[in-house]
Design a binder for this molecule. Structure first.
Ligand code: LMR
Length: 407
């Protein structure tokens, strides 16, 4: 009886997007969803994606047949190289199993489902998420019945990393817990560990036999350098961890609606690694088949054309620098404007944080005031998508923040 179905709350982020669209104020500012915008607040189709698209459409052999269950092989192998580095020991030793997924969300889901079925290190098997994290992480793991806890991550005092809290929490977690980790450009805080801190995190994860689950949705957005943004994952792989990776192409290719992504399971080096890889791949294929049968082709084909062509790849890197560079510029301008106005508080975190988001430190009350008084839309936790700021609205936004903070 459907009468028993309770009303669910609207998704906060997509609800925010809808509220922004309904707002008719000409000065409205959208700092909600993490999607890149150009200096005129318009979606940006990457020039390299336009080129790949044209190439694809002019291909006389193009058809609409099913992809294999694991997806487009040229795409998944290029995705391995992108995330792990071309000379990764795991690739050389054939320890990587990769399946194309419905973007990052699909990859997190496939990984969570696989772990729910096959990863049972202890009776309390729990997944740990950074506090805060991308809210969808909780929903996805909840759907597959894996209990959840959080580890401290963001320090309200410094607006930076609560490193001690993070480490202590890893140390006190039951052995064999699943640790979900943002590989770079942490969402929502824009705060990443340093390389020294990553090393310590890896050390504790090893000592406690935890299972690292990386989510990488912003490679190329944090520093503008793909290798640098992949550093943490590559370090863990070099250290011989068994781990998995959910990889999204939504942001770094601007392929949001095309749902291009990849899931990778890396087996640790051992004498029977090949047998493990074969068994893991066979189970992942069954899970994928039962859920989506086979992944959608279009976005993966676009990314694959770019990833497998040296010239287009270089052009993509330049496009990434255009996006990350504009965001870095907006961070500088916003911070300068708030400091010039003497807006109460400190604002160095705006330029210290990296990637698509800044965790402003604004309270929920201030966020709601900004929406009501100034038609500025951001999530209630005070996160802003930096890409929503541009040379035309940054002054307006800084003034609105100043007003809200002083109110
Ligand atoms: C975001 O956090 O804004 C993005 O990752 C979009 C999403 O799917 O939540």
């Amino acid at each position: 009886d459907a009468n028993a179905v309770p009303q669910a709350p609207e998704d906060p982020l997509f609800g925010l997007m809808a509220a922004f669209r309904r707002d008719t104020d000409p000065n409205k500012v959208d700092l909600g969803i993490g999607a890149y915008r150009d200096d005129n607040a318009k979606p940006w189709v990457l020039p390299v994606v336009k080129k790949a698209d044209e190439k694809l459409r002019n291909d006389p052999n193009l058809n609409h047949e099913y992809l294999p269950i694991a997806g487009l092989a040229d795409f998944t192998s290029a995705s391995q190289k992108l995330v792990l580095g071309g000379d990764s020991p795991a690739i050389k030793e054939k320890r990587v199993t990769s399946l194309q997924t419905i973007s990052g969300t699909g990859a997190v889901h496939l990984g969570a489902l696989f772990l729910a079925k096959f990863y049972k290190p202890n009776s309390n098997r729990t997944a740990y998420f950074s506090d805060p994290t991308w809210p969808n992480h909780f929903q996805i793991f909840n759907n597959v019945g894996i209990p959840q806890k959080t580890y401290p991550y963001f320090s309200k005092q410094t607006k930076g990393l609560d490193f001690d809290g993070y480490i202590k929490s890893l140390e006190s977690a039951d052995e064999g817990s699943i640790i979900v980790i943002h590989a770079c450009a942490h969402n929502p805080t824009g705060v990443d560990p340093t390389q020294e801190q990553w090393k310590k995190i890896a050390e504790v994860i090893r000592a406690k036999k935890h299972f690292p689950f990386f989510d990488t949705a912003y490679q190329g957005f944090a520093s503008g350098d793909l290798a640098r943004d992949g550093w943490a994952i590559r370090y863990f792989v070099e250290q011989g961890f068994e781990l998995c990776i959910a990889q999204s192409y939504a942001k770094n290719f601007g392929l949001y609606g095309e749902r291009a992504g990849c899931f990778h399971f890396i087996t640790s080096p051992s004498t029977d690694a090949q047998s493990v890889v074969s068994r893991v791949a066979s189970q992942l294929a069954i899970l994928q088949r039962s859920e989506i049968s086979n992944p959608p082709a279009y976005g993966a084909r676009i990314a694959s054309i770019v990833l497998n062509d040296a010239e287009l790849f270089a052009e993509w890197e330049a496009n990434l620098r255009t996006m990350s560079g504009r965001i870095i510029e907006m961070r500088k301008v916003l911070r300068a404007k708030l400091e010039e106005a003497g807006t109460p508080g400190t604002w160095n975190h705006i330029t210290d944080q990296i990637g698509m988001f800044s965790f402003t430190g604004l309270t929920e009350q201030q966020v709601l005031k900004l929406r009501e008084d100034s038609h500025v839309y951001m999530t209630k936790n005070g996160r802003i998508s930096m890409a929503g700021l541009n040379t035309h609205n940054v002054d307006y936004f800084a003034k609105a923040v100043d007003q809200a903070v002083r109110a």
